[in-house]
Design a protein around this ligand. Structure first.
Ligand code: SAM
Length: 244
């Protein structure tokens, strides 16, 4: 998958939903538990980093160096333009062949990108590059329902959006919707996408709850822009979905 169009890229940044802070706090708790407390750890790699603002930046205070890698030139270009941290570097690279030495990485973070990787190859790379006790952290967000709050026409908008998104996530209707997208909708619970380490834990378990619903509130405009990210946008511009 390539996010190659600059214009799309701009919309991409505008449309992403911010991850809650507790996601990064949980990951760092893991790192602390696994490797012991340290004011800073040597190296983290954010794989499938995108244009940086969502995931990579959060690691900057805790690591001597953070490397963001992405297979898309335009994402790396944008990330480099956005970069305000002297300890973050962005490089064009596939997840399956990371540009780092053996046994050198404390944390590999993957934010809403794991479903695009060749997972066998990626986990082999994780084995190669992680230090003993190093951590792989993967997360994503998914939509199940999206009640509209604080809007006089909330119910009607909710109905229309439900109708549209039902079509977007239907492989029979939307040719750009793949099995990989289902893994996201299932919140990475599908067997195909599991991290193959024996001490793997799901985030919600780490928070001692099995409630898979971590509610996020965001503006309606952001939701509408999200529909312009590649998978959904490709379908929207090539279908009658919006007119029905
Ligand atoms: C949905 S975006 C997530 C970006 C960012 N991490 C975020 O949370 O907003 C998925 C990213 O994974 C990248 N990607 C897809 N396949 C990849 C691969 N095999 N290796 C590295 N990056 C990949 C895409 O180019 C894209 O930037």
């Amino acid at each position: 998958m390539r996010y190659y169009r600059y214009k799309m890229q701009w919309r991409y940044t505008e449309s992403r939903i911010k991850y809650p802070k507790f996601v990064f706090e949980t990951i760092l708790d893991y790192v602390k538990k696994s490797l012991g407390k340290s004011p800073k750890y040597p190296l983290a790699v954010d794989v499938g980093c995108g244009p940086e603002l969502m995931s990579t930046v959060f690691l900057a205070p805790y690591f001597d160096k953070v490397l963001g890698v992405d297979i898309s030139e335009s994402q790396i270009e944008q990330a480099t333009l956005n970069n305000k941290h002297s300890n973050i570097e962005y490089r064009l690279s596939a997840a399956e062949s990371l540009p780092v030495e053996d046994n050198s990485v404390t944390l590999i973070q993957v934010a809403t990108a794991l479903h695009w990787f060749d997972l066998d190859k990626f986990y082999r790379e994780c084995d190669r590059v992680l230090v003993p006790g190093g951590v792989v952290a993967a997360f994503c967000y998914a939509f199940k329902d999206f009640p509209i709050v604080n809007h006089p026409h909330g119910d009607e908008i909710h109905k229309v959006l439900t109708k549209i998104t039902d079509k977007l996530v239907s492989p029979d209707i939307n040719p750009y919707y793949t099995e990989h997208c289902t893994w996201v909708l299932n919140r990475y619970t599908s067997p195909e996408v599991q991290i193959p380490y024996k001490d793997t834990k799901r985030l919600m378990e780490a928070y001692e709850t099995d409630d898979p619903e971590a509610p996020l509130t965001y503006k309606l405009e952001v939701f509408m822009l999200l529909g312009r990210t590649p998978i959904l946008y490709n379908y929207l511009i090539s279908s009658h979905c919006m007119h029905e």
